[in-house]
Design a protein around this ligand. Structure first.
Ligand code: ADP
Ligand code: MG
Length: 276
């Protein structure tokens, strides 16, 4: 069983499938709301169909689904980079950050200057820029690397610099599109643990796309499994694990069984459509 109810009043830790019913969450402060959202590209490709989903302020939600099911499309619509073709999306974009798989640092700028870039574009004055960039570099564990050029940073450090640069915007909503997909496993695990701590500390709303089930479960309050294209919501899981999460937790039954549950759901949606 997924529920660990060893002592009478202990919470039932684990991962549980929940009904897909956005109305039940309407009472809480809403950060992102998709209502019957659909997206058909100009060439006729139907990428998303009837996405209705509400994300609460401060909630961390992961999206997982077959390749090409529309995850990136959904994130790009949320960010305003892409205009959807049906339904509505509500989100405060003033304090929004978006991190992609590629760290997209400018090679001719030192790391600190890269971290300052967003603020520079927004006209933040130099002393304030410097102060905030240093603060966020420290927050992501890059203190001491300010003067390095991107080529002298490891993949994980580049991603940390990219995170720091986004954090300088004080995002209330943070979108991630497979940010750790290109990194080796050890680096990824450390980044996940650090991102989890950052989320706890800063309290932003997280919209996180990943191919990794353990990554999704570790980071999230909720995991959304999407079906193959056109992307729909196949299933939702509530993750109820102690906070802060710990490395050791990943090897314990509520976590591993939760991963198995999400995996089964993902397998089911892939079998539905004959994709692998
Ligand atoms: P995911 O991120 O889940 O892998 P995407 O959102 O990138 O999926 O893509 C969803 C579907 O839309 C895919 O079939 C993809 O080929 C298609 N697609 C993405 N961008 C475009 C575009 N600009 N024009 C037409 N089709 C697109
Ligand atoms: Mg994608």
């Amino acid at each position: 069983m997924l529920n660990q109810t060893s002592t009478g009043s202990a919470p039932a830790y684990g991962v549980h499938q929940i009904a897909h019913d956005p109305a039940t969450r309407a009472d809480r402060a809403t950060a992102v709301a998709f209502d019957n959202l659909s997206m058909t590209y100009p060439d006729g490709t139907e990428a998303l169909q009837d996405i209705t989903l509400t994300i609460r302020e401060g909630e961390f939600v992961s999206f997982i689904g077959p390749s090409g099911c529309g995850k990136s499309t959904l994130a790009r619509i949320a960010s305003g980079l892409l205009q959807h073709t049906g339904g509505t999306v509500r989100i405060d974009r003033e304090h929004l950050a978006f991190v992609f798989q590629e760290a997209t640092l400018l090679p001719w700028r030192k790391t600190l200057q890269n971290v300052e870039l967003m603020m520079e574009l927004r006209g933040v004055r130099a002393s304030e820029r410097r102060r905030k960039a240093l603060e966020q570099m420290e927050a992501v564990g890059l203190k001491g690397f300010e003067d390095r050029f991107p080529r002298a940073l490891s993949g994980g450090m580049k991603m940390r610099a990219s995170l720091a640069r986004s954090l300088t915007l004080d995002p209330t909503v943070f979108l991630f599109d497979e940010p750790f997909g290109a990194l080796d496993e050890i680096t990824r695990e450390r980044l996940i643990e650090d991102l989890s701590a950052l989320h706890r500390e800063k309290g932003f709303t997280g919209f996180f796309i990943t191919h990794s089930i353990p990554e999704a479960v570790y980071l999230s309050d909720r995991v959304v499994v999407m079906s193959a294209r056109p992307g729909r919501i196949h299933a939702e899981f509530e993750v109820n694990l102690p906070s802060p999460r710990t490395h050791a937790m990943r090897f314990e039954a509520p976590f591993t069984e939760g991963c198995a549950l999400v995996s089964e759901s993902l397998q089911a949606t892939m079998h539905d459509t004959g994709e692998d």
